[in-house]
Design a protein around this ligand. Structure first.
Ligand SMILES: Nc1nc2c(ncn2[C@@H]2O[C@H](COP(=O)(O)OP(=O)(O)OP(=O)(O)O)[C@@H](O)[C@H]2O)c(=O)[nH]1
Ligand SMILES: [Mg+2]
Length: 274
């Protein structure tokens, strides 16, 4: 199914259905922004004062953060690597469990650390909205599990410096299509095959440990996807929205403690029964 920008995504428990002509983000953009197809998107900024679910994607360089967003919002993927050099925001509307959400997805350049207070946020990451996000998607590259270390460190810094009790965090392993794809065929030699299998075994073991850590110890969601082939990209956002919706409907997000820093704004999100 082709999902396009300016349309709302209905993510129900069983299926994903496109609702045509429900263009909520058109108004928010003040009449529509321009698109740069295939490259870094050019999207008009939208006022932060609106009641939005604010989602920030973070992760090491080149793990596929921008690709995941572009695949979800525009059904587009580019093989070219253009490192994100400034903040970009995307405004899809999502319906989950019959609740309508206006979502602000923020894609930022790689950050060397999570700002421990509002001063650091103001000084180094002004307007990124890192400390008052409703939820985070932490992305790593499944074909390069070392990239998980980056999000492990980042998450430690978040937990130490922000009340994360009602802040959903979803860990995403991207580039699933590259998993063990370098394995040679039997024709290329038994020794080579054995080495490839052992490398795959190692990486499988590391992945198992990661899933275990994320699900059991961090108590976070975990999804594997491929932005390139659009495998489970919708599942990424469905899982996250389920977490947000569960909190919303239990009053969790609304009753979340405000961030400890004075300048961070509290915000209410609205559930609209569609
Ligand atoms: N094979 C494969 N390549 C991918 C996938 N997702 C992204 N890529 C490629 O990986 C490279 C980096 O993708 P980006 O989306 O720019 O990564 P990023 O995390 O936004 O990178 P920064 O902006 O530098 O932090 C690009 O060449 C993409 O084409 C995937 O699922 N599979
Ligand atoms: Mg990027």
């Amino acid at each position: 199914m082709s999902l396009r920008r300016n349309e709302a995504f209905l993510i129900s428990r069983k299926t994903t259905v496109l609702i045509p002509k429900l263009d909520l983000d058109y108004l928010e953009r003040g009449g529509g922004g321009t698109l740069a197809v295939g490259g870094t998107p050019s999207v008009e900024p939208s006022p932060d004062s609106l009641d939005l679910v604010k989602v920030v994607l973070l992760g090491a360089p080149a793990v596929g953060k921008t690709s995941i967003i572009q695949q979800f919002v525009w059904s587009d993927f580019s093989e070219d690597y253009l490192p994100t050099d400034k903040k970009h925001t995307f405004y899809p509307s999502v319906i989950i469990n019959e609740h309508l959400y206006e979502v602000k997805i923020t894609d930022v350049p790689v950050i060397p650390y999570f700002p421990i207070n509002s001063y650091y946020e103001w000084a180094h990451y002004r307007f990124y909205g890192l400390r008052n996000a409703t939820a985070y998607i932490l992305v790593f590259d499944l074909s390069n599990v070392e990239t998980f270390q980056y999000i492990r460190t980042l998450r430690d810094q978040m937990v130490e410096s922000r009340d994360m009790r009602n802040v959903p965090v979803l860990v995403v392993g991207n580039k699933q299509d590259l998993l063990c794809s370098a394995a040679p065929t039997a024709a290329s030699g038994l020794q080579q095959l054995a080495m490839a299998e052992s490398a795959c075994g190692d990486s499988r073991e590391k992945r198992r440990n990661i899933v275990n850590l994320v699900r059991k110890h961090w108590k976070c969601g975990y999804v594997e996807c491929s932005a390139k082939y659009n495998w489970r990209v919708i599942a990424v956002f469905k899982e996250l929205m389920e977490m947000i919706d569960a909190l919303e409907c239990s009053g969790g997000v609304r009753s979340a403690e405000p961030p400890p820093d004075a300048s961070a704004t509290t915000h209410e999100n609205r559930c609209v029964v569609a």
